[in-house]
Design a binder for this molecule. Sequence first.
Ligand code: HEM
Length: 401
Amino acid sequence: MSQQTTPLPAPRACPYAPPAFYTETRESGRPQRGEIWDGSTPWLVATHAQVQQVLMDPRVGADVTDPGFPNTDAGQAATQGQIFFRKDGAEHLPIRRILNPDFTAKRVERWRPRIEELVDEAIDAMIAEHERTGGPVDLVTAFCLPIPTTAICELLGVDLVDSPIVTRAAHLATDMHADPDEQIAAMRELGAVLTRYAEDKRREPDGRLLSRLVNDHIDNGDLTFEQVVRLGGLVIGAGHETTANMLSLGVLALIREPEQRDQLLSDPLAYAATCAEEMLRYWSIVQTEPRRFAREDIEVGGETIPAGDGIIISLAAANRDPAVFADPDKLDITRTERRHMAFGHGVHQCLGQNLARVEMQAAFPRLFQRLPGLRLAVPEEELRFRDTHIVYGLHALPVTW
Ligand code: HEM
């Protein structure tokens, strides 16, 4: 490793703040090079304005198979090379357009009553477990994972809620230190299950997303059968780990800062939405992405990023940019400035953001309304954060009440 470059992703010194190198890069006002696992030195971009600029620039690519793309690990190009989310232009947009209608704010709103039911069911199960065992309960497995996993599986039309295949595939896909062979094997296993589902739905359509993909978009040449299966895997994977980690971190923040929790409970209808947005901004859980590369020389913050160089965006640093957010390190669930980029920005902005929002809006107030005495069951210092994962979060959150 060279003398001056900082390894990326840089470690967090404090679990509640972005890594110091990211904040320093933002404060310097210029992108800086860091060094990734393969010895290459992509640029870190960290101010709010520069992140927006780069993510909107058509000269910046997202194709994981391009030699300039800064891979998270040795297996990334092999496991993700065929996924539309890691592609540009004609290989990305038409597929995104097929998926968009299922994830509009209006369409997701129809799922809200069901999501509220899922929240209550998860709380009922937690209470039963607590009574049975005398506590504590791990909030991650009892509450944070079941809600988004069930929601995304129902939306897709597959019954894989309790399937270890799903959990393993999603977990390995987001672990930057996972063995690439294991990652590939887990994706294949998930692909095999989804293939069976897709075949069944070809015979017996049920109107859910997977069924519509397989019946409405293969014969007309929009998608191949393999693409449909891959999309199913992507939607399940992206749709549950992300939101699950937002739920656990959000609950932790509300336990740590009881005045914020009280504010939320003082008027849940008024604050559920701003609370969800603030949690998204404050935690900015996608900690090693978005990743891109420059197709041409581009000018960012007075620096020239040469064609072919990799770019890593720090959403966490951008979302704490004082140029946009007053007192940015403070958690304030009444904050009304909504220009955070926790869901990214530009053409790859998160497909599932409306779903994730509704899940958080339903979960945070309801959990504390039903369990007002909810507290940590271990000292805070014992909590283990997911430092090596693409998506930041908690391995477990032992709670009691
Ligand atoms: C893209 C964050 C939930 C599906 C993204 C990106 C971010 C993000 C930052 C942009 C990546 C990039 O530009 O390279 C989050 C967060 C979530 C969440 C913080 C939860 C709180 C979901 C859910 C789904 C989903 C529930 C379910 C469908 C996707 C997909 C993309 C994406 C398919 C790729 C979109 C494209 O390339 O066009 N997400 N996400 N995400 N997300 Fe999410």
